[in-house]
Design a protein around this ligand. Structure first.
Ligand SMILES: Cc1ncc(COP(=O)(O)O)c(C=O)c1O
Length: 398
């Protein structure tokens, strides 16, 4: 079973030779084939068709087509997902939608380990609304749901810091029973583990496409809206491409009848073309196998780190089924140690205040990567290489 995906798919990815890339939870690598799409969209489409490309090459329908590709990965129906903008904006739209279909007298509940941007967005959206935000510890969410008057539950499925997975099924069930609207951030789930928004009757989901979907840096985000809500929602950002007939140039806004009402403005055609091409790979991949192989890789990594006896404390859940495709450790001088590792071509990342984070994607990571990465780490620690001054210098992106 082990490495079956690696054997089939590793050669499709472009990465510097000798790199052990353990940061796909932050930014996935390029698939070589996508270069052809990039060339095609720039040279053949834009280069030859210029404005005709909107019709001739179907640029205007990219967000719908890509939305349907992503819908397949999250168990959504056709025409319930659209793509564009950043996750931050898609979350803003989802929250606005949630307030429009939820009971109005409760609060928005989230947890203090949520991705800070999600909390900032929620705060900024709610500041002039009569809907307080309640932020509690992760382990208090279930209790709060039952005991407090909650209108909207906003959570990130897989914790960005330690990879812990929320029991989406259980929480969604509780929320539904209590009439609470759910908004899930699937940034660290989509392409990493099976999610079924339809089966779980989720109300809204958002996610990014540059991590496990390998759409490239800054590739557009997606929003899923439960079809029962779509027509009830007045788009909070009423851009022309969310209009029923954008090219009528009617000055009064009439939202599209379908998921298109969550589109805003001109799609980033070049980035969309890369994303569309990157998603083709998923036609033949079973997410259950991705998940199994990721569980193996993360478990094997934890086992080998523990054997080093190097005072790296596991922050991720020890049970594989409770963590996503990443493993995090708390340790002194985590930043310096990570910089030294990166210098030796083992690419992970660092999160405040003292966390070393390693992401695994079975499409391009193997058992051998785990062995090599832990051997290099052992060397760096044993020889105190990380103590070199240069590794303490903080970079803009950590
Ligand atoms: C869980 C989570 N939510 C939101 C974001 C922010 O996404 P964006 O910068 O695309 O808006 C990230 C970015 O890494 C993330 O990990």
């Amino acid at each position: 079973m082990v490495n079956t995906l690696y054997k089939k798919y590793r050669s499709l990815f472009q990465m510097p030779k000798d790199w052990i890339y353990l940061d796909g939870n932050s930014l996935g690598p390029l698939q070589k084939n996508n270069l052809k799409s990039l060339y095609n969209v720039t040279s053949n489409e834009w280069g030859k068709q210029i404005i005709k490309g909107w019709n001739k090459s179907g640029w205007m329908t990219q967000p719908d087509k890509i939305g349907n590709q992503i819908a397949n990965l999250i168990g959504a129906d056709k025409n319930t997902v659209t793509v564009g903008d950043s996750l931050a904006i898609k979350l803003y739209q989802a929250l606005s939608g949630a307030t429009q279909v939820s009971k109005t007298n409760g609060c928005l509940l989230s947890d203090d380990s949520n991705f800070p941007s999600d909390l900032y967005i929620a705060n900024s959206f709610l500041k002039d609304k009569n809907l307080p935000m309640r932020i509690v510890k992760r382990n208090k969410i279930k209790g709060e749901l039952k005991n407090k008057n909650v209108s909207i539950l906003m959570l990130t499925h897989v914790d960005y810091r330690n990879g812990e997975i929320y029991d989406l099924n259980k929480l969604s069930k509780i929320a539904q029973k209590l009439g609470i609207i759910t908004v899930w951030d699937l940034a660290h789930s989509v392409g990493a583990l099976p999610v079924n928004v339809k089966k779980e009757n989720i109300d809204f989901a958002v996610g990014c496409t540059y991590k496990y979907l390998c759409g490239g840096p800054g590739s557009p985000a997606f929003i899923y809206v439960n079809p029962k809500h779509i027509k009830k929602i007045n788009p909070v950002i009423a851009g022309w491409l969310g209009h029923q007939k954008p090219f009528d140039f009617d000055i009064s806004y009439k939202p599209a009848e379908d998921i298109k009402r969550f589109r805003i403005g001109t799609p980033p055609v070049i980035q969309m073309a890369i994303l569309e091409s990157a998603l083709k790979i998923w036609k033949n991949i079973d997410l259950n196998i991705v998940r199994k192989e990721a569980e193996f890789l993360t478990s094997f990594f934890i086992k080998r780190i523990n054997r080093l006896n190097c005072k790296m404390i596991l922050l991720s859940p020890i049970k594989p089924e409770k963590r996503g495709s990443q493993v995090s450790f708390q340790t002194d001088n985590a930043y310096e140690k990570m910089q030294a590792l990166i210098d030796f071509n083992v690419i992970g990342d660092y999160r405040e205040p003292d966390i070393m984070r390693f992401g695994f994607n079975p499409l391009y990571n193997s058992e051998k990567d785990v062995i090599k990465a832990t051997e290099i780490l052992k060397f760096i620690l044993k020889k105190d290489i990380w103590k070199k001054k240069k590794y303490a210098k903080r970079k803009l992106v950590t």
